[in-house]
Design a protein around this ligand. Sequence first.
Ligand SMILES: Nc1ncnc2c1ncn2[C@@H]1O[C@H](COP(=O)(O)OP(=O)(O)OP(=O)(O)O)[C@@H](O)[C@H]1O
Ligand SMILES: [Mg+2]
Length: 385
Amino acid sequence: MESFLKTGKLGSDASSSSSSASASASAPKKSASWSGKPSRKPTPWVEKYRPKTVDDVAYQDEVVAVLKKSLAGTDLPNLLFYGPPGTGKTSTILAAARDLFGSEMYRDRVLELNASDERGINVVRQKVKNFAQRTATATRRPDGQPCPPFKIIVLDEADSMTRDAQSALRRTMEKEGRSTRFCLICNYVSRIIEPLTSRCAKFRFKPLAKDVLIGRLEMIAAGEKVSVTQDAMEALLETSEGDLRKAITTLQSCARLKEADGEAEEEAGGPVGTAVTGDDVREMSGVVPGHWLDRLFDVCKKNSYEKLQAFVDDLMAEGYSVVQMIDQMHTRIVEENSGGLSDRQKSVVCEALAINEFRLLDGASEYLQLMDICALLMKTMADGA
Ligand SMILES: Nc1ncnc2c1ncn2[C@@H]1O[C@H](COP(=O)(O)OP(=O)(O)OP(=O)(O)O)[C@@H](O)[C@H]1O
Ligand SMILES: [Mg+2]
């Protein structure tokens, strides 16, 4: 699912999805379900509201300005987009390619490979090289616009390419430079080898600012006729940390939840169309409710191992993610100074939080790591400043 949301593959998939989208736009919206109720089309909103042109891309002004200049002159350097997830990297190059080639020529001129495709050294040697060697002439598109004399190869999630594959790309990039432009996209630029980064114009995609996130979410909520409370909007901003994809996905899940609740309430004669609330958003994104953290600090003050173990057992039974708990403990300790720790104590606990998170990501037991970090917090508090 994640990779489906991320890829937004064009080619045949996209043409069928866009044609179905336009078909649904012209068709009457109410496709009645068996119960006779209007059912919403199950399109992920991240795809439905993916920017269609470069102008639709919000907040990434530098890259949009450079791309627009390139589009006007119909020339493009090799590109490297990097930055955190859900900030518009994939959408931007797909929109730019569509602006350049139009939907008819898109398939001939753009090769998109992402992490779901095999991209070892053989693929670079064969598939990428073959596509790069195909000639592309300056012609006119069916709609009369000029079509530039090059092709684009998009290597999405390039940080997951092996070093050998990246090295093999160097030569291809240089040799086929006249007829092919490359666009590498990644989250971690340090995983791309230097000889490749130096061949590209680099653009950093920033986490989206709050007002931009609010603007996009409000636009989507209005388009989908979902009401969102102020608190829910704040919770969306808080949990998404500048990742618009995450915010949109959470909003859609909450809207679905409300829709299901609304139908049940409607059948029971209750109110219809309730708004998405902050609690819905927190619940949906797996945030540990604040009272659990309050309890943790209370238990630690008591300095009793039995009580601590009982607390950890209770928390584990709720099924919250321990990585999420660690994240929230960090916020509480650093930003809100819960537990009244001194700076030295904070540094001890924060270091342990980092180590525990690392171990968890490496596959350690959630229970043992939570027990470990809680016991350390209790001991640090008992030892005093
Ligand atoms: N700058 C933006 N302007 C408008 N919409 C955006 C922007 N950034 C993200 N989005 C929305 O979020 C969705 C995901 O964006 P996109 O796939 O481009 O992210 P990405 O930067 O490629 O993320 P990842 O690094 O995880 O691949 C898009 O479908 C779009 O709805
Ligand atoms: Mg992407």
